[in-house]
Structure formats: structure tokens, C-alpha cells
Ligand binder design. Structure first.
Ligand code: SF4
Length: 286
């Protein structure tokens, strides 16, 4: 039995068992990442697809994913690799790929416009050791590193990764503890602390998926963007109004099929509300 220290659940994992994320296991009395170097997705994508709009625009990035997730979003678009029964069985079938092999693939795709690695598709923080190792090698090869994350990890995980990461897109999925706790299985204050620290060390863009009936009021968007607008750098200067926010449209998927897609006019209305406080607001999936 060992206790995992990656994020707030702090799973007690029995010998040979898995944590709730499906990716961390107890072996020899210690918690390790079972998904280390186990790849489920690899694609050369435009960086705007991550989405990042204000970090090396027009470039491509080699995007890599493994399996497992520490949240339980019922609408997950990547459920086949995040937290479905299928995802939990991927340890046996995911392709093994060492950090050096991944970086070599990234170097080979430089002539096609690739600038580096993006850790994405499933939640990279639950396999942070692979991100650390591959990202360190990528920097040695003059590549950049991007992480697309739900921002749900303890501070020590973030501090370990920050020297290796150049840009992040972090989900700020809503601004109520109820929504995070009851619908997503998450913890809003953890994500807020993660974002507040990350913006001090690397380029950060945020994403909010608007789910009808959950987080789609103007009042909640004002609270969210008001908080973002007040974020500060390490010297105490306010930088939050410059942080890009992506507001995207929900579609019924996976275990949330009880409601229609977000109305496009609702996304645009909330984007206008966000622009009252933030300079760079983008809409997605519209
Ligand atoms: S955090 Fe992302 S990958 Fe994980 S369940 Fe939610 S939408 Fe899916």
C-alpha cells in the first residue's frame, strides 16, 4: 500500500493496484507511473488546435498522449483514452515509446514546421515523470514544450515541470466549486492555485467549455474573468488582462447526452462578457 501525492485525491493504492486516475500504480511499496512512455496518440497538429493562439502562431507541434485522467468530466471527448473502461485497459496495448525516441521523432518533423512537443489528449500531469524526461531532452534539442492540462495537481508536481514547459493551455472549466466537485470530480481552488502559479513562469492560455445549465450564466463568466484579470506576475504586477481565454461550445458526448449543444449565440454572448475584462478572447467549436 502507498499513498499517491500527485493531486488532491491522495489515493491509497494497494500493492499491484491502480489509483483513480488509472495511470499510477503501487509497485514494491512505491507509487509509479504505469503509463510512462505508453503512447495512445501521436499527431503533428497546428498549434492553434491545442488551442494556443498567441504562442508561435502558424507553427506545428508534435502532440502526444497516453491514457488515464484524474477528473471525471461526463462529456469527455477523449473518453476512449481518459476514464472509460476501455481507457483503463490501455496499459496492455498502448505503444511503448522512450522519451529519446519521441524527441527524435519531433526533430525529424522540424522540416514540416514542427517546433516541439505538446503533451495532450489525456491528462499529462498524472504521468508527469514522462513529461519531465521528454521535455528536458526536447529543450536540449532546441525544441519547445507545451502542456494541455486540467490544472489538477499538487504544487510540487507543477514546480517540477515548470522549468521544462514553455506554454500551457489550462482548463478553467467553470467558476463554481459545485460544478467542479459534483459534475467533474475536481476541485476549483486547486486549479486556481495552479493557474496563478503557472502564469508567473510560462505562457498560459485558458479554456472554458460552456455547458448549458452548468456554467453558462453571465454572472459566472464575470466572476471567472474578474479573477483572471487580477492575476499577477512574480513581481506583483497585474498581467491577467493579457491572458488569452478560449470559450468553447459543448456537444453532448459520452455520459452527458441529456442536453443539446450550447447555442452559438450563448457562446458569443459570454465571449462579449469576457471581453469586458480580458483583451484576448476566442470562441471555439462554433
Ligand atoms: S479533464 Fe479532460 S481528459 Fe479528463 S475527463 Fe475531463 S475532458 Fe476528459
Amino acid at each position: 500500500m502507498a499513498k499517491c501525492d500527485v493531486y488532491f485525491h491522495h489515493c491509497d493504492i494497494p500493492e499491484g493496484g491502480r489509483g483513480l486516475c488509472g495511470a499510477r500504480k503501487c509497485e514494491g511499496g512505491a507509487v509509479t507511473a504505469a503509463n510512462y512512455g505508453r503512447i495512445t496518440s501521436l499527431a503533428l497538429d497546428p498549434i492553434e488546435k491545442k488551442p494556443l493562439r498567441r504562442f508561435v502562431p502558424g507553427s506545428m507541434i508534435l502532440s502526444v498522449g497516453s491514457y488515464g485522467c484524474n477528473l471525471r468530466c461526463p462529456f469527455c471527448q477523449n473518453h476512449s483514452i481518459s476514464w472509460s473502461a476501455e481507457a483503463m485497459g490501455l496499459e496492455e496495448t498502448a505503444e511503448p515509446l522512450a522519451p529519446a525516441e519521441l524527441v527524435a521523432a519531433a526533430v525529424r518533423t522540424k522540416p514540416r514546421g514542427n517546433i516541439g512537443l505538446a503533451f495532450t489528449y489525456n491528462e499529462p500531469l498524472i504521468g508527469w515523470e514522462f513529461v519531465r524526461d521528454a521535455a528536458a531532452l526536447a529543450h536540449e534539442a532546441d525544441l519547445v514544450n507545451v502542456m494541455v492540462t486540467n490544472g489538477t495537481a499538487e504544487r510540487h508536481v507543477l514546480e517540477t515541470l515548470l522549468p521544462h514547459i514553455d506554454a500551457m493551455n489550462i482548463d478553467l472549466k467553470g467558476f463554481s466549486e459545485r460544478y467542479y466537485a459534483k459534475v467533474l470530480g475536481g476541485h476549483l481552488d486547486t486549479v486556481k492555485a495552479f493557474i496563478a502559479r503557472a502564469v508567473q513562469k510560462c505562457h498560459v492560455e485558458l479554456t472554458t467549455l460552456i455547458v448549458p445549465g452548468e456554467n453558462d450564466t453571465e454572472e459566472e463568466m464575470r466572476a471567472l474573468t474578474g479573477w483572471v484579470a487580477g492575476l499577477k506576475d512574480e513581481d506583483g504586477r497585474v498581467i491577467g488582462t493579457e491572458i488569452p481565454l478560449h470559450i468553447s461550445r459543448f456537444f453532448p458526448r459520452f455520459r452527458m447526452t441529456d442536453r443539446a449543444a450550447t447555442e452559438i449565440r450563448s457562446v458569443y454572448r459570454l465571449a462579449d462578457v469576457a471581453r469586458e475584462r480580458l483583451r484576448y478572447v476566442y470562441t471555439g467549436n462554433c
